[in-house]
Design a protein around this ligand. Structure first.
Ligand SMILES: Nc1ncnc2c1ncn2[C@@H]1O[C@H](COP(=O)(O)OP(=O)(O)O)[C@@H](O)[C@H]1O
Ligand SMILES: [Mg+2]
Length: 320
């Protein structure tokens, strides 16, 4: 299953300006700018997590570049690409080509979570923005605009995203429930908003976790809000050790993506959890974990390594 099918926060990511909830000042402002795409300035989106900044950056690039978006937009997540050299080389290589085609006013670089960049990296970025600004536009996102160096701020038009209102989030969640045919109570939906404090991503993830318990109700929301990462990883291990690889794998992906558990924590909690379930193959289990623990350190794609780990654990069951 693709991640997008597993995660509702991706499945329900707005694709058009009019689908975004709240943020109407920003939507209006951008809609105006988009009337003359060629004249669009560099953009800086600031605001709390889960308020729609990345979504908006994607919508703007799609609106400007249309069918050419894959070739003419470069999306970098600054927190994944912390190394100055990586950012510099990627942007430089991309921004250097100034070929044009009809309907493409410029290339776009989306630098997500730009406040994660060091000041040195930002200074280098500023120079790149200056050198290439005639045929490259930048969209930067950040939590606090004050973490972006002044010379970059002054080159961008700033849009401040705000936390979303409770009623609007509850309505959005209700629509998802109806579409997914999930049972819910209004109190349950309201409580999700209260415990996630205006972060829509967190709200949708909590909704999804409740839905997998059968109903979005107050007791279930309370359980999910209080559930520890450890307990959830424990469920993954239980599935794997009973030979159910498919469920274990999709729950593992949910752990990483929905609950934001780090791979290293996942493997540590997972190993602890094996202690609860059985003892007869404990040496084999320890060896399997040791192998994947060291692979995780060197591997670029932890999800694949963790899937392989779960596959090996699931096979133990079949042997017995
Ligand atoms: N204004 C919004 N309207 C509707 N959904 C939203 C909004 N903001 C965030 N979301 C939901 O939260 C998810 C994360 O949004 P994103 O734009 O990545 O947030 P961030 O501000 O952290 O970049 C989206 O996929 C979508 O499901
Ligand atoms: Mg974002």
């Amino acid at each position: 299953m693709a991640t997008e099918d597993i995660m509702w926060s991706e499945k329900y990511r707005p694709r058009r300006l009019e689908d975004l909830i709240d943020q109407s000042t920003i939507v209006d402002g951008l809609r105006n700018l988009l009337k003359a795409p060629a004249a669009i300035p560099h953009l800086l989106f600031s605001g709390p997590p889960g308020s729609g900044k990345t979504t908006m950056a994607l919508i703007v690039s799609k609106t400007i570049l249309g069918p050419y978006v894959d070739d003419y937009a470069l999306i970098l997540n600054a927190s994944d690409e912390r190394k100055l050299e990586v950012v510099r080389e990627k942007i430089k290589t991309f921004a250097r080509y100034f070929d044009r085609r009809a309907g493409v006013p410029f290339r776009l670089v989306i630098l997500d979570e730009a406040d994660e960049m060091t000041r040195d990296a930002q200074t280098a970025l500023r120079r790149i923005m200056e050198d290439h600004s005639s045929y490259t536009r930048f969209i930067l996102t950040c939590n606090y605009s004050s973490d972006i160096i002044e010379p970059i701020q002054s080159r961008c038009t700033l849009f401040r995203f705000t936390r979303l209102a409770g009623k609007d989030i509850a309505d959005f969640l209700e629509k998802i429930c109806k579409n997914e045919k999930v049972r819910f109570t209004q109190e349950g939906l309201n409580l999700i908003h209260d415990v996630t404090g205006g972060d829509v991503r967190h709200a949708v993830n909590t909704l999804q976790a409740c839905a997998s318990m059968g109903e979005v109700s107050v007791p279930n929301v309370e359980k999910i809000a209080g559930i520890s990462a450890k307990a959830f990883v424990g469920q993954v291990i239980k599935d794997a050790l009973s030979g159910n690889f498919t469920d274990a794998r999709s729950k593992m992906i949910e752990c990483l993506r929905v609950y934001g558990i780090m791979e290293k924590d996942f493997i540590r909690f997972a190993y602890e959890a094996t202690g609860q379930f059985r003892t007869d193959e404990s040496t084999e289990i320890a060896e399997i974990f040791a192998k994947y623990d060291s692979r995780l350190t060197s591997s670029a794609t932890p999800e694949i390594q963790l899937s392989a780990l779960l596959a090996e654990l699931s096979r133990l069951k079949r042997k017995t």
